[in-house]
Design a protein. Structure first.
Length: 176
């Protein structure tokens, strides 16, 4: 079920909403309210140490419980993505990081139970400014991986992560 599935009544005035199948938007003919099914933005980091290894987080919750992921999470309303990146890394790893090169953006889905939310995933390379990696929040374990010895695809969370990791690896290989 996507973000607008199940919407039948306007949250502002209580009138019936104008629905069109599996809506990308719903509107209220009575008060003019419109809601769009936009993807939820996320900010994640390829945290790299002095030897070039990348820090991955084993997920402690569904979806993809037990799979490897990049540290990061959802951008809150009104929050700049780089501020979200720093906050999420503090919450999940206890690290203070400095975002560096923007790696790219990938679309994906966050599915939890019957609900599915489209996500817009922003990835940066980052370095540690201070702290020691400690798993917290929704992270069960943190581990440094050599770029040539990443976990196999079937152990990675989310469909877009393998492509994002490959883009990160290939741009690192071509950097001076």
């Amino acid at each position: 079920m996507a973000v607008l599935h199940g919407w039948r009544i306007c949250p502002r005035c209580g009138a019936a909403l104008d629905l069109d199948g599996a809506p990308a938007r719903v509107s209220c003919l009575a008060c003019g309210f419109v809601a769009y099914a936009n993807p939820k933005p996320t900010a994640s980091a390829f945290v790299v140490d002095d030897t070039g290894r990348v820090l991955l987080a084993r997920r402690a919750i569904e979806p993809f419980l037990g799979c490897w992921d990049t540290p990061g999470g959802f951008v809150e309303e009104g929050e700049h993505p780089l501020d979200a990146l720093r906050r999420e890394l503090r919450e999940e790893t206890s690290l203070e990081i400095e975002p560096g090169r923007f790696v790219g953006v990938w679309m994906d889905h966050y599915e939890r139970g019957p609900e599915s939310q489209s996500t817009l995933n922003l990835y940066w390379e980052a370095t540690v400014v201070s702290g020691e990696p400690q798993p917290a929040d929704d992270v069960a374990e943190l581990e440094w991986f050599d770029p040539d010895r990443l976990p196999p695809r079937e152990e990675l969370a989310f469909a877009a992560l393998p492509a994002a990791l490959e883009a990160w690896r290939s741009t690192r290989a071509s950097s001076p």
